[in-house]
Design a protein around this ligand. Structure first.
Ligand code: SF4
Length: 370
């Protein structure tokens, strides 16, 4: 009989499971707290459950966890963690500390099918979606790493509330909206106050522009933040950079952004990687201004993080400044994100792992998404 990984169940699915076992409703809340507040991975540790209940659970279910395979720390403090999954597939998460806060960049797929031209993950191709448990376990594993660094050994029994991990960005390997059902279960777990209790304002889901799924995300979830990888508003160029644009061109994508059910005072974040001589001219900036007019948004400019595996280059500083100035002058909120973790290969949308190899990758310029 296949055992159910309890971490694949949303809070309401866990309640249904508990009721099916003939247990009262409140047991689901107790189990949920053990899983996510205390981080237990063994039913024997659920000490407020009778022995017979623990045995009943063990007969039907199991509790997965992820152990870091490698942890690399950049000289700027960025930490890249590789995890090996049950089927030996590898994924990476990136932790970006900033003072007493930290942002975690989470993967949602093994590889990615979208093939963006500037992204190393795209070169891996797509292997599979991550289960909800595999998404959540990245967060739990990183909280544990942080907890062991900042609390005393006696307190390490329990995953500590105050780890400083307060921002989650779904910008790691994969296109989150192509794993939407599992993403939504993971979000339900992350936001539940009985467990991890993340604020919806501190969670950002990033998409390359899967238009129908954007609508679905808005309809099916609490109001997490939405980031859209734009990188050009010229259809021909954007299709070269991001093949998804052939299916959902710029105007279709921006119409979906306009229709997205944003809560009051919240803005869509547009990500724009500046690539030398490709999309970084004053003309490009002016076109961007024209297209984004009327959308409640902020713009993150990400100077391209050069890598020996990519032909693209980072623009000179003067061109970055001019591009930013044009957006500022038009009244947009615009930030230039400096690269983080470049020395360990850790920059946004460029994580790459291949079976049998040491992990490499890049994930920078991610943070402050609240
Ligand atoms: S940028 Fe994102 S959507 Fe595009 S290939 Fe990379 S991981 Fe996939």
């Amino acid at each position: 009989m296949n055992l159910i990984d309890l971490k694949d169940l949303s809070p309401s699915m866990l309640t249904d499971f508990v009721l099916q076992l003939g247990l009262p409703n409140y047991r689901a809340g107790q189990i949920f707290a053990w899983l996510y507040k205390h981080g237990v991975t063994d039913f024997a540790e659920m000490t407020n459950l009778k022995k017979e209940i623990r045995q009943l659970l063990a007969d039907k279910a199991w509790i997965s966890s992820l152990q870091p395979q490698t942890i690399e720390t950049s000289k700027d403090g960025t930490i890249k963690i590789a995890f090996q999954l049950d089927d030996q597939a590898l994924i990476e998460s990136v932790l970006i500390p900033e003072g007493d806060r930290a942002t975690l960049c989470i993967s949602t797929q093994v590889g990615c099918a979208m093939g963006c031209a500037f992204c190393l993950t795209g070169t891996m191709g797509f292997s599979r979606n991550l289960r909800p448990a595999e998404i959540i376990n990245q967060v739990l594993a990183v909280k544990k790493i942080l907890a062991t660094q900042i609390v005393t050994p006696e307190e390490n029994q329990e995953i500590h509330e105050k780890t400083g991990l307060n921002n989650l960005v779904f910008m790691g390997m994969g296109e989150p909206l192509l794993n939407l059902d599992n993403l939504i279960i993971a979000l339900d777990i992350l936001l539940d106050q009985r467990g991890l209790d993340f604020s919806e304002r501190r969670i950002t889901v990033s998409t390359c522009g899967i238009v129908p799924k954007m609508r679905e995300l808005g309809e099916r979830t609490a109001a997490v933040n939405l980031a859209v990888s734009l990188h050009s508003v010229d259809d021909s160029l954007r299709s070269q950079l991001m093949p998804v644009n052939k299916t959902y061109p710029v105007d279709t994508l921006l119409a979906a952004c306009r229709a997205y059910p944003l809560p009051p005072r919240r803005r869509i974040m547009f990500e724009y990687i500046l690539i030398d001589g490709v999309n970084d001219s004053a003309e490009d900036a002016k076109k961007l201004v024209k297209k984004l007019r009327g959308i409640r948004c902020k713009i993150n400019l990400l100077p391209f993080n050069e890598s020996k595996n990519m032909l693209y280059k980072c623009p000179p500083q003067a061109r970055i400044d001019t591009f930013q100035q044009i957006l500022w002058d038009a009244g947009f909120t615009v930030l230039v994100r400096t690269s983080r973790g470049a020395d360990i290969g850790a920059a946004c949308g460029q994580l790459v792992v291949r079976p049998g190899t040491k992990t490499t990758g890049d994930c920078s310029s991610i943070s402050d998404n609240g």
